[in-house]
Design a protein around this ligand. Structure first.
Ligand code: ADP
Length: 310
């Protein structure tokens, strides 16, 4: 049960303010918090807590943010042997501005993440080819993602792609992906669909003629699964009172990767990931909100869904 994550790391510096500053203006904020984040990092933590052995490939700066990430990875038991210290640029940062009225805006400076390259991937090839699942997102350079996916695909390692944030996908990338996991907005962009097109039809049209499976996350509306002969199946979300849905997709993808690596069929893995993501939206924060396998198993036991088998 081995998952390799090609991972981005973003250190979030979150300021809360009553109003957004206008050009040239300074406003006094009301609170400040920091979080370790980044889609890849969050997914690695979620996969580890779901019970997988996890190794990550990526770059951190040689700075206090990088040290904080390394300490977190270590405390979670995630292999960081292939996380390089980038001497030339700092750890990636995100600067979200949260207005008390609820509006958010964010500046992301990827820094070290931009330098993860195909040589890093080649140096970590052991971690990729010995994994059961390679988990990738699109916060790293596309050329690097392609190199990792090519290596995994060539070695018969299952590739799970979370196409987030949205980017145009090279045709040969999609041809090597076993499970693609967009959210609704990403699928509409990938498919070139309008906002009012029925999402099930968009999914069917996008998936037709492709290899592998399509899993579309629909927030509180659950998940669509397109796989094999069954044209489209909807898995309802677990009904919960959500307090923070940021990072729900990351918890979902990490759990999906972990359960596929453990040998679950896709439908079972989706059911587990759906329950894990429902737990995470009831908690604040990104990676720290990811549940452990026993918590997810309890939700599944109560919802009467498929039990987790090891
Ligand atoms: P993203 O975080 O990428 O935008 P989604 O919003 O689609 O992804 O959420 C991912 C998954 O998290 C959903 O498919 C579902 O399983 C779970 N989820 C998200 N929001 C809720 C919610 N309000 N209640 C229950 N589950 C949720």
């Amino acid at each position: 049960m081995n998952v390799c994550v090609l991972a981005s790391f973003m250190y979030d510096l979150v300021a809360t303010t009553p109003t957004r500053p206008q050009p040239g203006q300074t406003v006094i904020g009301t609170s400040f918090q920091t979080f370790v984040g980044g889609k890849g990092f969050n997914q690695a933590v979620a996969a580890r807590r779901a019970g997988a052995d996890v190794s990550v490939i990526g770059r951190l700066g040689d700075d206090p943010f990088g040290e904080e990430f390394r300490a977190f990875l270590h405390s979670e038991g995630i292999g960081a042997e292939h996380v390089l210290a980038d001497a030339g640029s700092g750890t990636g940062v995100g600067l979200p501005l949260v207005e008390t009225g609820g509006q958010n805006s964010i500046v992301i400076v990827p820094r070290a993440n931009l330098h993860v390259n195909r040589h890093d991937v080649a140096a970590a090839s052991n971690a990729i080819v010995s994994a059961d699942v390679l988990l990738v997102q699109l916060e790293l350079p596309m050329e690097t993602v392609l190199a990792a996916v090519r290596l995994a695909h060539g070695a018969g390692v299952r590739v799970v792609l979370n196409p987030a944030p949205y980017a145009t996908l090279p045709r040969d990338l999609l041809a090597m992906v076993d499970v693609i996991v967009p959210n609704e907005g990403e699928l509409r962009q990938l498919a070139g669909a309008g906002a009012s097109d029925p999402i099930e039809q968009v999914a069917i049209d996008f998936w037709r003629g492709r290899r592998g499976a399509l899993v579309v996350t629909l927030g509180e509306h659950g998940v669509l699964v397109l796989d094999g002969d069954v044209p489209v199946e909807r898995v309802p979300a677990v009904a919960v009172a959500a307090v923070d849905t940021i990072g729900a997709g990351d918890t979902f993808c990490g759990n999906l990767g972990a359960r596929l690596a453990a040998g679950d069929d896709l439908r079972t893995a989706v059911t587990v990931a759906n329950a894990a993501a429902a737990l995470s939206v009831q908690r604040h924060g990104g990676a720290p909100a990811a549940p452990h396998a026993d918590e997810t198993a309890e939700v599944l036991a109560h919802s009467g869904a498929a039990a987790i088998q090891d």
